[in-house]
Design a protein. Sequence first.
Length: 345
Amino acid sequence: MAEAKHILVVDDHFEMLEFLRSMLEMSNQDYEVLAVPSAEEGLFELQRAQFDLIITDVRLPGMSGFDLVRRLQRLGHKSPIIMITAYSSTQGQKEAEELGVYRYFKKPLDTDDVLTAVHNALHGESVAQIPQVSLEQSVVPDASSAVQKRLETLRADTGAVLLMLASIQGNIIYADGELRQVELPGLAEIIARNIKDSFLLAEKLDSKEPFSLQYHAGSRIELYCANVGKDHFLTLFFETNLRRGRIGTIWLFTQRAINDLLQLLVARHEDKAAPVPVQSAPDAVNAFLQDTFDSLIDESVQETAVPVSIPQLPSQPPPIPEPPVIPEETVPEIRLELDPLDVED
């Protein structure tokens, strides 16, 4: 058994820390990796033990990656150092060269490039590359630039040799990567059927939003599949002998990508949606009333089997007759004649 190689990884982002640790340990069983979230903790561990390689992020809370490199140089550490950053600049690259950094990588990382640099730093020789047949990138107009960029980042984060986004009908929307002799359209149709079957299971489980994670292991290829909402699914391909990460790490990056893709795909769909013609209010009401009246008449005919005659109403209401004129009657004049009263003296 080869002598173990001790690697120290420094990064303040847990996901990247876990990804790097898993990638290194899965790529070579002789790598023993210690991961810490700050330069101060890294410096403490370096005073306790000897490491054959140091991988550090540039931007860290407190002491930066460049500060850590300078401190190690003053302390006399000779281990090679690989730096990674999401904020690459000409000044940063120049500073890394002046400090004698072995390699300087920009995120998202290319897994193969990083592993090659690690191997060369530890052994001074290149890694034998397995010949592969390249699958040309396939992009249809449905894949927006934002969607493509997010998928490229996911592939770089996980180290997948091939990545595919497809509709639930099995139509490929985006595919990028390298894999030997893969009949992608046929695989997309099979995976689509599996995802749709999982939706049926989700209904039985009273799931409001179906979420399916599938893992398929073959002798040469491993597949990780997950639905993106109800209309799409994502598949990551790994060659069994080259898989860089652990299942949990791959799912972690995939889940984050799915959350982003759901928003990007919904936004793209809303942008492309055409306006729907709407009837004016009076026309819509009249049509609804007419349909309702017709349906009631149909039901009445079916139940009674007697033709129904609908009287036609006149377009104008009949005129209202004038009230009759009542002639004035002559009222007889009544006169009262009173006899004079006899007045007694």
